[in-house]
Design a protein around this ligand. Structure first.
Ligand code: GRF
Length: 200
C-alpha cells in the first residue's frame, strides 16, 4: 500500500484483513513521508514499512523508478493500493502494473477529481457526493470505476462534516472492493467494470 498521511483507510483494510473479510495480505506500506501516521499503524500490526524521501530524487520519474524498484523487490505483490498517497504516479509505475493499481477518492467520480474533493462538492452545491474506488490510469482520478457509495450532502454541512460522513463510507467500500478484486470477481471491459454476481 502507498500512503502519505493519517492512514485511516489503511487501518480499515488492516481490520478487514485481521477479521477475515479481506482475502489478501498487506505486504508492505510505503510512504513518501517518514512522519505518516499510516506507517505507525502498519508497524503496530507487524506490516513492513518503507519511506522514500522525494527530496532525494531529481524528479517525479526518478522517484517513481526507485518506488518501482522497491515494489518489485517485495515478494508476491499482486496489487498496489493507494490510500491518501499524495503524489501522482507517473507511467513509470503505472505501466509496470497495468490494471493492478487501485485508488480511493472522496467523491463520486468523474465529479470533483483532484484535491479537496469534499470542498469542491460543497462549493458546487450538489445534494449527494460519496466515494469511488477506481483503477489508476495515467490521468488524474480517471481510471475505470470499480465501485461507489453515495453520501448525502446537507445544506449546513461544513467541509469537515462532509469529509467525515464520506470517510465512514470509504472505510466500508475499500475493503469490500479489494475483496472483490482478490476473489477475481472484477472484470474490466474498457472503461466499464463488471462485478460478477452483481445485478445479473
Ligand atoms: C481519503 O479521503 C481518501 O479518499 C483520499 O485521501 C484520504 C486519505 O485518508 N484519497 P486516510 O489517510 O486513509 O485517512
Amino acid at each position: 500500500m502507498l500512503a502519505s498521511g493519517r492512514g485511516s483507510n489503511l487501518q480499515a483494510l488492516i481490520d478487514a484483513q485481521e477479521e477475515g473479510r479481506l482475502p489478501a495480505r498487506i505486504l508492505a506500506v510505503i510512504s513518501d513521508r517518514s512522519d505518516a501516521l499510516a506507517l505507525t499503524r502498519a508497524r503496530r500490526h507487524g506490516i513492513s514499512i518503507y519511506t522514500l524521501d522525494p527530496q532525494e530524487y531529481p524528479g517525479r520519474e526518478a522517484f517513481d523508478a526507485a518506488l518501482l524498484k522497491l515494489i518489485q523487490s517485495l515478494e508476491g505483490v499482486r496489487y498496489i493500493a493507494l490510500a491518501g498517497f499524495m503524489r501522482i504516479l507517473t507511467p513509470v509505475v503505472i505501466r509496470a502494473f497495468p490494471g493492478r493499481i487501485i485508488n480511493i477518492h472522496p467523491s463520486l467520480l468523474p465529479a470533483f477529481p483532484g484535491l479537496q474533493a469534499q470542498r469542491q462538492a460543497l462549493e458546487y452545491g450538489v445534494r449527494y457526493s460519496g466515494c469511488t474506488v477506481h483503477l489508476v490510469d495515467e490521468g488524474m482520478d480517471t481510471g475505470p470505476i470499480i465501485d461507489q457509495r453515495v453520501v448525502p450532502v446537507f445544506p449546513q454541512d461544513t467541509e469537515e462534516e462532509l469529509a467525515r460522513r464520506i470517510l465512514a463510507e470509504e472505510h466500508k467500500l475499500y475493503p469490500e472492493a479489494l475483496a472483490l478484486l482478490a476473489h477475481g470477481k472484477v472484470k474490466v471491459m474498457g472503461r466499464r467494470v463488471v462485478i460478477e454476481g452483481r445485478n445479473p
